[in-house]
Design a protein around this ligand. Structure first.
Ligand code: ATP
Ligand code: MG
Length: 395
């Protein structure tokens, strides 16, 4: 491949001051991790306020870029060609060689931006830009310089060696995973919760997950679907500890004792309690759901309040104000959509009432739950004890 390195650009505004090195070190470690299983040995280095990925002689360029596009914190990826510093004459030849390989027959406008990290270089940045610009114009007569509104920015960095780049590939943005704490995602097989997990992880949050299944009402295929979704989310978030909770007995007991129109809300209150139990064990600082206002009966504001009533941790709902279509767009972009729409049953849909309450009161829910007092503690303990933990995306 013609590029010797990749310059990683990140948003610097959010990371001024003493937090900067924490952000940079986390980003370097996430990049290393993303490239660990790639072919060839990449070295990732912080060099005077920048991060460079130095590439081996032989590597798979497309695969490398795809991997980096999943590393939160990266705003831009710029493929760089590196030349030895043998004076300005040679630099001109190298810049022309760069242009011929990267933009053959270039006929648009351009501007040269020179940055002189090596202060001993005997010319100013302005002089270098003028000299190299002239050389490119000589070699590419169709091209022209436009210093105000160029179609192409050509960057030259004078370091121990000469770095030239002009391409920019968009990264995912966000913050490096690990800089934002840890949260427990309630991951169902639907469209919304994987997107919610992705969005939290984009803000630097490490994820664990919990899935409630209800065998034999929900199948192994439904569980596998959730495992597959967790794997896709883990490509962005890093390893996820997925807790698979056997929820059948609790659901059946609620079904037996409580008014059927309140089933979903009461079930969801128990899901939250169990999720919180595992969140505490994992030292998580909050729960994450894919709830969105008004999407279904259990997601009216009153229903959300009734569910939230049992939580002591903050509950993060990153898609709360998104339309379904907006969530679908993200699901497609991150690659979870096709798996999410596979038609396997979910525990919530199996015990759902024909006319669920849409305006449940917290008081009524608390009162209904009193009917469960005889056996619920025992059933909860059994559910916690029989929970299976699956390590997703661990190397
Ligand atoms: P999704 O597409 O995320 O399944 P949904 O529109 O189907 O969302 P609900 O089934 O009401 O919505 O669930 C709302 C949220 O509750 C989900 O986004 C998820 O965070 C959580 N949840 C629902 N069912 C389960 C489950 N079986 N296991 C774990 N979490 C669940
Ligand atoms: Mg669902």
């Amino acid at each position: 491949m013609i590029f010797h390195a990749l310059l990683i650009k990140y948003a610097e505004i959010a990371i001024k001051g003493k937090n900067r090195y924490i952000f940079e070190d986390a980003l370097v470690s996430r990049i290393k991790r993303a490239l660990k299983s790639a072919e060839g040995h990449f070295s990732v280095e912080k060099e005077s306020g920048r991060i460079y990925v130095h590439c081996p002689e032989e590597y798979d360029y497309e695969d490398t870029i795809e991997r980096l596009k999943k590393v939160f914190g990266i705003v831009e990826i710029c493929p760089v060609m590196i030349f030895e510093d043998n004076g300005i004459e040679k630099m001109g030849e190298d810049a022309v060689s760069y242009m011929r390989q990267v933009h053959p027959g270039y006929s648009g406008t351009f501007k040269i931006f020179t940055r002189r990290a090596k202060k001993s270089f005997p010319m100013t940045s302005m002089e270098v830009s003028a000299e190299i610009g002239g050389k490119i114009l000589d070699a590419m007569p169709e091209a022209s310089v436009d210093v105000h509104n160029p179609e192409l920015d050509i960057h030259i960095e004078i370091r121990e060696r000469i770095y030239i780049y002009s391409l920019s590939i968009k990264g995912p943005g966000g913050m490096p995973v690990g800089t934002g704490g840890r949260a427990m995602l309630l991951l169902s097989g639907g469209i919304d919760s994987p997107v919610a997990g992705y969005l939290m992880s984009k803000r630097g949050v490490v994820l664990d997950a919990v899935y409630f299944h209800a065998p034999p009402y929900t199948s192994d295929r439904a569980k596998q679907k959730v495992v597959d979704l967790a794997k896709i989310v883990a490509e962005y978030s890093g390893p996820i500890r997925l807790h698979v909770v056997n929820f059948t007995d609790i659901q059946l007991y609620i079904y037996e004792k409580c008014p059927h129109d309140e089933l979903t809300i009461i079930m969801r209150r128990y899901m939250m309690r169990i999720a919180e139990h595992f969140a505490e064990k994992c030292r998580s600082l909050g729960l994450v759901t894919g709830e969105s206002i008004g999407q279904v009966a259990s997601q009216t504001m009153r229903s959300l309040a009734a569910t939230n009533d049992v939580c002591t941790m903050p509950v993060y709902r990153p898609v709360i104000a998104f339309d379904k279509q907006e969530i679908v767009e993200i699901a497609r972009k991150i690659g979870t959509f096709d798996t999410s729409v596979l038609p396997y049953e979910d525990c919530c849909t199996i015990f759902v009432a024909k006319h669920p309450v849409t305006q449940p009161s917290v008081k009524a829910m608390r009162a209904s739950e009193k009917k469960l007092s005889e056996k619920i503690d025992e059933l909860m303990a059994a559910a916690l004890e029989t929970t299976e933990v699956i390590e997703i995306g661990k190397e």
